[in-house]
Ligand binder design. Structure first.
Ligand code: BES
Ligand code: MN
Ligand code: ZN
Length: 492
């Protein structure tokens, strides 16, 4: 699909058009113009159906006479004054979705009154809404195939909207993450994940890959224990983006759980839905996508991304329930359940990040617990944070990026639940407060670094998204959130 920006005056009527109608039935300039050309057909259709321009509603006027458009979609834009960038993105995404398989080959978004920034944001909305993971499809029913080949966006200054005013980097990064999450585990195992991340290297963005021998030397017994039942070698990917004026200025760090497949290990999961566990690397995927976005838009910040990449398999060499491993931090962990593997991977990845980079803040993203899905469903990520300032910044970035978060408590009295009879900690305290106790476990491996843990088990992939910009199972949740956080607070 191509996206073009065209001056309103230069638009030729062909294919489908979308125009804005504001609350109270107020036609936008483009809507009024087409309505006049069509001898009031749009107004009559609105009167006949009671369409008032309410946000999220639309009215498809097919083949109105007097104009060359095959159809004119009236897009409810809500209150005129409240039609902001987010509204433009949503309206564009919803419009694309509604017409995706309609037969129309060209869709023209005549959001005339929108600013150039809004046109760019609308283009981002379309790009994200048009995402599909179809590389393994060799046949498809004709009525399921998207028909739209070109989307034109009317913009007063088409040149300024090129590259979506910088937003196309965000679209590329979100789609990069969605691809990683969607890839099956026979294709995307730790080594392949590392290769795809390595391919992002460019001036300013460096990627190091550590293998098992190097991690053994570092003492990463917790991470290595998870991967020891797999035929695939565990990897640690270390990404560094140096965009600040001073390349040696203290960085911030993102850390991702990258379990390329989680069978549960010897504590084997039940079969229903286990295929979803190809997405158990969603945290690492989001961190990789965020660094991609930051590098592509040359963010003026120093940012580290560390990805713990493993596969959790049952095997003759797999770790057993009751095994005790020694983490890089020196703390010993009784692995009483091999399915609580994400925290073992993160324990070493977090400690390594803190020790090597001494970051100003550290944020981990992980599809960590089923419990967070029970608590918050699939539209909200769980946020745990040991620092009020960072928690506030993250909450604001979540709001602005619409990667929604809800703060959860690091309830100290539950520490008892992760005490072990035989080691310093145990990895699985049982079902009660399962997302909280997982966060408390991680907290043992961050020292005094301001830190946040985002449990994205519900949001990294989902059955149905709260936003029209996430049409598939894999959402890319976290990419826009982290990018927003950096843009709002960590760029000079
Ligand atoms: N990867 C899972 C959590 C998960 C579940 C992510 C569903 C996405 C969708 C994690 O490794 C896991 O198995 N957690 C266990 C922890 C328990 C053994 C303490 C869980 O949530 O049941
Ligand atoms: Mn697990
Ligand atoms: Zn897992």
């Amino acid at each position: 699909m191509r996206i073009e920006f065209v001056r309103p005056q230069a638009l030729e009527a062909s294919g489908a058009a979308a125009v804005l109608v504001f609350e109270g039935g107020v036609l936008s300039e483009a809507a009024a113009r087409i309505d006049a050309q069509a001898d009031g057909a749009l107004s009559r259709a609105m009167a006949a159906t009671g369409f008032t321009g309410a946000k999220g509603k639309s009215l498809d006027v097919v083949a109105p006479s007097g104009v060359d458009w095959s159809r004119v979609v009236l897009v409810g834009a809500g209150q005129r004054g409240a039609f902001d960038l987010a509204a433009a993105e949503t309206a564009a995404a919803e419009t694309y979705r509604g017409l995706k398989t309609s037969g129309a080959k060209t869709l023209t978004l005549c959001f005339d009154e929108a600013s150039t920034a809004q046109a760019a944001q609308a283009a981002l909305g379309v790009r994200l809404a048009a995402y599909r993971f179809d590389r393994y499809r060799t046949t498809e029913k004709a009525d399921r195939k998207p028909t739209i080949e070109t989307v034109r966006v009317s913009a007063a200054e088409p040149e300024a909207a090129q590259d979506f005013g910088g937003l196309s980097a965000i679209a590329d990064a979100v789609c990069f993450t969605r691809d990683l999450v969607s890839e099956p585990a026979n294709v995307l195992y730790p080594g392949e994940f590392a290769r795809r991340v390595k391919a992002l290297e460019r001036p300013g963005l460096t990627v190091e890959i550590l293998g098992e021998a190097e991690m053994r030397d570092l003492g990463m017994g917790a991470l290595l224990g998870v991967g020891q039942g797999s035929r695939r070698e565990s990897q640690l990917a270390v990404m560094q983006w140096k965009g600040a004026a001073d390349p040696d200025a203290q960085p911030i760090a993102f850390v991702g759980k990258g379990v390329c497949f989680d069978t549960g290990g010897i504590s084997l999961k039940s079969p229903e839905g286990m295929e979803d566990m190809k997405g158990d690397m969603g945290g690492a995927g989001a961190v990789a996508g965020a660094l991609y976005a930051l590098a592509a838009r040359k963010a003026k910040a120093n940012v580290i991304g560390v990805l713990g990449l493993v596969e959790n398999m049952p095997d003759g060499n797999a770790q057993r329930p009751g095994d005790i491993v020694t983490s890089m931090a020196g703390k010993t962990i009784e692995v009483n359940n091999t399915d609580a593997e994400g925290r073992l991977v993160l324990a070493d990845a977090l400690w390594y990040t803190r020790e090597r980079f001494k970051p100003a803040i550290m944020i981990d993203l992980a599809t960590l617990t089923g419990a967070v899905i029970v608590a918050l469903g699939e539209h909200l990520g769980g946020m745990y944070c040991n620092n009020e300032d960072l928690a506030g910044k993250l909450a604001a970035a979540a709001e602005a990026s619409r990667d929604a978060l809800w703060r959860m408590p690091l309830q100290a009295s539950y520490e008892k639940l992760i005490e072990s009879q035989f080691a310093d900690l145990k990895n699985s305290p049982g079902r009660m407060g399962g997302s909280i106790t997982a966060a408390l476990f991680l907290q043992h491996f961050v020292g005094d670094t301001p830190w946040a843990h985002l449990d994205i088990a519900g949001t990294a992939f989902m059955k149905s998204s709260p936003v029209p910009t996430s049409p598939e199972w894999a959402s890319g949740f976290g990419v826009r959130l982290l990018n927003q956080l950096v843009a709002d607070h960590y760029e000079a």
